[in-house]
Design a protein around this ligand. Sequence first.
Ligand SMILES: C[S@@+](CC[C@H](N)C(=O)[O-])C[C@H]1O[C@@H](n2cnc3c(N)ncnc32)[C@H](O)[C@@H]1O
Length: 173
Amino acid sequence: MIEVKKLTGEYLNDLKPKEVLDLGCGLGKKSLRFLKGGTNVTGIDKNKFRISQEHFKFIQSDIKEYKFEKQYDLIIASLILHFFRETVAIKIIKQIKDHTLEGGLNFLICMSNEDSCSKEKSENFYPSLKKLKELYSGWEIVKEDQDFTAEEEHGDLPPHNHNLIFLLVKKVI
Ligand SMILES: C[S@@+](CC[C@H](N)C(=O)[O-])C[C@H]1O[C@@H](n2cnc3c(N)ncnc32)[C@H](O)[C@@H]1O
């Protein structure tokens, strides 16, 4: 079973990136941890979150319209790609890859094709692990996991769980 907070720590806590981009950052749960090390973090979200911390630049934008400004050594897309149609999500992944420095990393958490939400929104991006890895062919797979989360309740939804893919990949030279 996947425990998101714990597993995220296992993926990210030992990394020492200099420039991080967090797409759909929300409250910055995935990227604020890097500020301790003096890392510059840019967080993009369509909703205005009040994250005012030194070295954290928040940009309110829809990811679909966001023009990537530079190259990063870590780009995070956590629990965001399922909001987009598959063709759009694949274009976003291409942008992410193109704006990653050589030797840099991408960290993705995706709801998979085994998640119950994938049946309700079948046109959106709920990839299999195989498909996600194919999109990163030529990159080094540093770490991967896929499993269900524990049952949870939020919003108006009945108790449910999710099937998540965690993927950390490195752009090899
Ligand atoms: C499930 S939350 C994940 C937040 C964070 N990435 C995390 O892992 O904790 C999804 C976030 O994506 C943002 N979001 C959804 N669609 C978006 C879009 N088209 N452009 C930018 N942000 C978007 C939401 O506002 C929300 O903060």
